[in-house]
Design a protein around this ligand. Structure first.
Ligand SMILES: Cc1cc2nc3c(=O)[nH]c(=O)nc-3n(C[C@H](O)[C@H](O)[C@H](O)COP(=O)(O)OP(=O)(O)OC[C@H]3O[C@@H](n4cnc5c(N)ncnc54)[C@H](O)[C@@H]3O)c2cc1C
Length: 434
């Protein structure tokens, strides 16, 4: 019977895709009005803006991740585990790669999934712009796995430098990219090393040397100037170095070679600049931009095929008010997911859909455990700027994750999870120290 239902396949259960699958599952799947299928190559979901906290052990993935199988069961959609690798628009199918176990043995071969409507919500990865040595010598923060690797590296080198086993007197960390990701990561690492010291780690915070390397004249260049000044002052006060107008020409195993000839040494090198969609997206026969992002109309339909939609970081979407492309943020992915859920329901009922218009809510950047900085367009309207900083801003920042949890679990469960988090933290280290 479900064979006859309209099949909506969503690829990617991230900030946008999981919220969309949840809404459509509840509205259509549970009522058997459509068959909703979510595809992801990972069995669990972690909200990507939290990856810098995973990388420092401030967030324990075992406690915060959402298992797609369980979530699908409770929310009226089906979960298919596997990485999408191809698209056949004539047959209206997507191809999933074979799934292997930890030893590389095949558990299930390649398989096809049929769709009537397809939504691509695959996210993006950092863009190294082809910088020589970046892939080989840098760590990235694209996935929870990347974040876990970085966490282990920071722990290992902290121990080695703290006990002089590394032969170096300082733990040097270079982060390319002074956008929200790079700034949040730098502040979080700084906070973590101090916290670890309180827990008895040998590495003294004075032995930590973090440098943010930014090509633009200021960090957070997409934010108003006063915000980036506040963030720079906060970081510099803590001893974090901020190198602006600094373009990385090459990366080696010892650090970064800048275009002006300077060298920045770093034992841990992280690339957190730029965003591009995965290269294979450009080979699907859909129209893409130079960053492999799928070009969509104001109704988030691909320019090539009206039955295929794209949202979030993998889409190049206009903002509905004349500006050519929205930035790659969770805020955009969230609004697009909410809008598209309504639009697909209308479309299924034969009703017309009106274009998506992005409503900027401001931006928030975390500067460690106790402080953040941001602007609040949601409160005072997008035409005026109202800036927040300090602990109040941090509370607002933290509430963004709670909003995502509410979208994915409903308000009651989101509040219970919040209380559970508070209780779990009583009497436990605030960091994962192993
Ligand atoms: C450290 C960090 C901090 C950030 N902070 C903020 C912030 O404060 N505010 C903000 O608004 N934004 C922030 N962002 C950006 C934000 O995380 C992204 O814009 C947002 O997650 C994009 O949502 P998405 O749904 O497009 O993709 P994602 O959330 O990245 O999800 C993509 C999903 O697709 C899956 N997938 C990928 N390829 C395939 C495939 N081939 N087959 C099947 N599944 C696949 C992935 O497993 C993943 O589950 C931050 C990003 C980082 C890395």
């Amino acid at each position: 019977m479900s064979q006859k239902l309209h099949r909506i396949v969503i690829v990617g259960g991230g900030a946008g895709g999981l919220e969309l699958a949840t809404k459509l599952g509840r509205e259509l799947g549970c009522k058997k009005h459509a068959h909703i299928i979510l595809v992801d190559g990972s069995p669990t979901h972690i909200w990507k803006p939290l990856l810098h906290e995973v990388a420092t052990g401030a967030l324990n993935t075992g406690e915060d991740e959402v298992n797609y199988f369980g979530h699908a069961y409770r929310n009226g959609y089906q979960f298919e585990f596997g990485w999408m690798k191809g698209l056949d628009r004539e047959r209206k199918t997507i191809q999933l790669a074979s799934v292997c176990d930890a030893n590389g043995d095949i558990l299930t071969g390649e398989r096809d999934i049929a769709y009537d409507t397809l939504v691509l919500a695959l996210g993006a990865i950092a863009n190294d712009f082809g910088t020589p040595g970046a892939q080989k010598h840098c760590m990235f923060l694209n996935t929870p796995n990347d974040a876990e690797k970085l966490r282990r590296r920071i722990l290992d080198l902290s121990f080695a430098v703290g006990t002089s086993g590394h032969g170096a007197s300082k733990l040097t960390i270079g982060i390319v990219g002074g956008g929200a990701t790079g700034v949040e990561l730098a502040a979080e690492i700084d906070h973590t090393i101090r916290e670890m010291h309180n827990y008895g780690a040998n590495l003294n915070p004075a032995q930590l040397e973090i440098t943010i390397i930014e090509g633009a004249p200021r960090i957070l260049s997409g934010a108003p100037e006063s915000l980036s000044h506040y963030a720079t002052e906060e970081l510099v006060q803590r001893g974090i170095m901020v190198a602006c107008n600094a373009r990385v020409a090459a990366v080696s195993e010892t650090g970064f070679q800048l275009a002006d000839g300077q060298q920045i040494n770093a034992a841990i090198r992280v690339w957190a600049a730029g965003v591009k969609a995965p290269d294979w997206l450009a080979n699907l026969g859909l129209s893409t931009n130079r960053n492999n992002q799928i070009e969509v109309t104001t109704c988030l339909q691909t320019q090539t095929d009206p039955n295929i939609f794209a949202i979030g970081d993998c889409a190049a979407a206009p903002d509905g008010e004349g500006r050519p492309q929205l930035s790659a943020t969770a805020q955009v992915a969230h609004q697009q997911a909410s809008w598209l859920a309504e639009a697909l329901i209308k479309r299924l009922n034969g009703k017309a859909i009106t274009p998506f218009v992005f409503k900027p809510q401001g931006m928030m950047v975390s500067l460690g455990k106790h402080t953040a900085v941001g602007s609040l367009a949601a409160v005072v309207g997008p035409k005026r700027n109202y800036y927040v900083e300090g602990r109040g801003a941090k509370l607002i920042y933290a509430s963004l994750y709670r909003l995502h949890q509410a979208a994915v679990h409903g308000w009651v469960l989101a509040v219970l999870l919040w209380i559970g988090d508070k209780l779990r933290r009583v009497g436990r280290p605030t960091l994962k120290l192993h």
